[in-house]
Design a binder for this molecule. Structure first.
Ligand code: UD1
Length: 422
């Protein structure tokens, strides 16, 4: 099994190109199931979750040339009849976001059998809100043998109020409602840029959607959707991770092909910490480390709040800040597993419930650490960049799910980082 070896102490400088957003790409791939026509997706990141989704679509009978993703970051998808209505456990268990096929399958075929994803390291992560929403549109849903079995001859538009904001739940309902009869109103919907990205693609397929990017989304169902040619937005989490890589190592990095407007809360928080972030053009920015990083507090929240997917990386930065910072995690119940690994590297962090108190600045020393989830692995790489000696990160398959060639990109910036299996 691959590991990542980081020798800390290098100052990172240079330019990095930000890849397409994994979390924006996944629902657009699922949306290809809504039509028999050809879907062209561009700027797809070359990461494991995209590959898994491609395989899942192929398994259902969708045509997908997956080798195009590694060649030129694009993929042509075509879900011609007949397509199967089942998402099997073997694929779903490796990637929760597989649940995104539930809405499209139900809307297109009138039935869907999708394996329940189960828990993951950051919490129970149920899909009850997806199920309740689809029931509101008239679906009959039962859980049998670990599968969600959904049926509906014709979905009927309705008012769906989400008790809690859910990103993939909003996306699933938006896709299902696009082919429902009549109007659907989603209330307390997610406002994330990834939801807007999906709405843009659905509109170019002929869907009638308004209000995406706000908490109220209105969808007027149509009887058919057509093909589309869609470009995925840049990955705001990858961009934020590289911003921290620049700041934590005392360096200066230019990020090309990012959208700083999707990162305003992260950028504002970085500025509070003293980091200089300069938006150069519409699609790029420069990050300069300050002489001294200052402690600051963070509360994770749905967009436009501070993204939970940036929490672990920011904790890494705060271990190098002067003073005490408090990070409050409000989106997932157990998303501090990286803290215990950082403590093993010498960080001074106290966890109480959903709050982490980080006492800085501490000198980190390289250690053998285990990645528990995607963003936790990134935070350990960041910690390794400033630790003295070597940090060996195990279970890097988590990292590969969502970061395109991260060690290559960091190496180009001057990091001493390699992948190996010793
Ligand atoms: C998405 C992102 C993930 C990010 C998360 C929060 C994708 C593929 N993944 O995950 O990277 O960390 O948003 O920004 O886009 N919940 C329920 N019932 C449900 C659905 C959610 O209780 O039916 C809870 C979850 O357990 C969690 C909260 O709602 O506590 C938010 O989860 P949600 O927004 O649904 O996360 P995902 O869409 O799975």
């Amino acid at each position: 099994m691959d590991k990542i070896f980081v020798k800390g102490g290098e100052v990172l400088r240079g330019t990095v190109h930000i890849s397409g957003a994994k979390n924006a790409a996944l629902p657009t791939m699922a949306a290809s199931l809504l039509t028999e026509d050809q879907i062209i997706l561009r700027n797809l990141p070359q990461v494991r979750d995209i590959e898994t989704t491609g395989k899942l679509l192929q398994e259902m009978g969708c045509e997908a040339e997956l080798d195009q993703i590694s060649k030129n970051h694009m993929c042509i998808l075509r879900a011609k009849d007949p397509i199967a209505c089942e998402a099997p456990y073997e694929l779903v268990k490796t990637m929760r976001a597989s649940v995104l096929v539930l809405g499209p399958l139900l809307a297109r075929l009138g039935q869907a059998n999708v394996s329940l994803p189960g828990g993951c390291a950051i919490g129970a992560r149920p899909i009850d809100l997806h199920i309740e929403g689809l029931k509101k549109l008239g679906a009959t849903i039962s859980i049998e043998h670990g599968y969600v079995k959904a049926r509906a001859d014709q979905l009927i538009g309705s008012k769906v109020v989400f008790d809690q904001i859910t990103v993939t739940g909003t996306e699933n309902l938006m896709m299902a409602a696009s082919l429902a009869k009549g109007e659907t109103i989603l209330l307390n919907a997610a406002c994330e840029p990834e939801v807007i990205n999906l709405a843009n693609m659905l509109r170019s397929m002929g869907a009638l959607i308004e209000g995406d990017g706000t908490k109220t989304i209105r969808i007027n169902g149509v009887s058919n959707l057509n093909g589309a040619d869609h470009t995925i937005i840049p990955d705001r989490i990858e961009a934020g991770t590289f911003m921290i890589a620049g700041a934590i190592t005392g360096g200066e990095i230019e990020l090309i092909g990012c959208q700083p407007c999707h990162l305003s809360t992260v950028i504002n928080t970085m500025r509070q910490a003293g980091v200089i972030v300069e938006e150069t053009e519409r699609n790029s920015c420069i990050v300069r480390a300050p002489h001294e990083i200052q402690a600051c507090n963070v509360i994770t929240k749905e967009y436009p709040g501070f993204a939970t997917d940036m929490q672990a990386q920011f904790m890494g930065l705060m271990t190098q800040a002067h003073g005490t910072s408090i990070i409050t995690e409000t989106v997932f119940e157990s998303r501090f597993l990286h803290a215990s690994e950082m403590i093993r590297m010498g960080a001074n962090i106290k966890i109480e419930g959903n709050q982490a108190t980080i006492f800085g600045k501490t000198s980190l020393t390289g250690a053998n650490v285990i990645a528990s989830d995607l963003r936790a692995s990134a935070s350990l790489v960041l910690a390794g960049l400033v630790a003295t000696g070597e940090t060996i990160i195990d279970r890097v398959y988590h990292l590969d799910r969502g970061y395109e060639r991260i060690e290559h990109k960091l190496k180009t910036l001057g990091a001493k980082i390699i992948r190996g299996s010793k």
